[in-house]
Design a protein around this ligand. Structure first.
Ligand code: IPE
Ligand code: IPE
Ligand code: MG
Length: 248
């Protein structure tokens, strides 16, 4: 991908976000506006994923977490859920070479064992096959729910206390984070949500305490690499204070 002017500006400014998370929203509306079935919107959304993966790699983002399917998305019509799962399966296979060529390491965050077995196996195969890549970490949040994640952490911590592996006084923020699905990953610096909704929709509830939020009305299938760069440029102009006083 040729380096756009926006990418150059980002690199000149330094302070590239290490971890960018994205709520990829608006696929259904994109399809509706074209009089197409919602599944076409999801299909078109994959092209935006590819563009953003490239863009994130170009500017040296280390981790890109994409909200791909939430625990609450099972409530959608069966046919839509099946279309999304099939897309996951197809792309995990057809994009594997591309991921490896681009040195992208695929990981997943969420209740992965709750995915249908053939879909899960294709995902696991892709994860294994890219595990030695050293470039961008592409983290798919799949069957993910922030509250589910926190509850499973609480239960596992309680069990470890019961087993005597942990003491209550040993439970601090660092330890709690290590029981989350995202264990070992830094918190997102920047969270982008497309299609204009101003909510987290159960995404990374613990991890986004001090994440910078960027909301755009652009529907996910229309989101381009330059749109991604614009979000990062805005991030670079924000002052993160983490509760402290301004440095200026
Ligand atoms: C996001 O787009 C993709 C998933 C939730 C899988 P939507 O399908 O939510 O699209 P809208 O919000 O209905 O337009
Ligand atoms: C969030 O979008 C989930 C994903 C993008 C995978 P939703 O479309 O499910 O969220 P709501 O229903 O608008 O809150
Ligand atoms: Mg939506």
């Amino acid at each position: 991908m040729p380096r756009s002017n926006l990418a150059k500006k980002i690199l000149d400014a330094g302070n590239v976000p290490k971890h960018v998370a994205v709520i990829m929203d608006g696929n259904g509306r994109w399809a509706n506006r074209r009089g197409q079935p919602r599944s076409e919107g999801h299909e078109a959304g994959v092209e935006a994923v590819k563009a953003v993966v490239q863009a994130a790699s170009v500017i040296g983002v280390e981790i890109l977490t994409l909200y791909t399917f939430s625990v609450d998305n099972w409530k959608r019509p069966r046919s839509e859920v099946a279309a999304i799962m099939r897309l996951l399966y197809d792309k995990a296979r057809s994009e594997l070479n591309e991921l490896n060529q681009n040195n992208v390491k695929l990981i997943a965050t969420g209740h992965i064992d709750g995915l249908p077995v053939t879909r899960r196996n294709a995902l696991k195969h892709a994860i294994k096959s890219t595990s030695r890549n050293t470039g961008l970490i592409l983290n798919l949040a799949l069957n993910y729910g922030g509250r589910t994640e926190i509850l499973q952490a609480v239960k596992r911590i309680a069990r470890d206390v019961e087993l005597g592996k942990l003491t209550i006084s040993g439970i601090d923020e660092g330890l709690f984070s290590s029981y989350l699905y995202t264990s070992g990953l830094p918190d997102p610096d920047l969270l982008i949500r497309t299609s204009g909704e101003k909510r987290l929709s159960n995404f990374l509830l613990w991890q986004t305490s001090y994440t910078e939020l960027y909301i755009t009305d652009i529907l996910w299938p229309d989101f381009t690499s330059d749109d991604f760069f614009r979000a990062v440029l805005e991030f670079q102009n924000r002052e993160r204070r983490f509760g402290e006083l301004s440095r200026h």
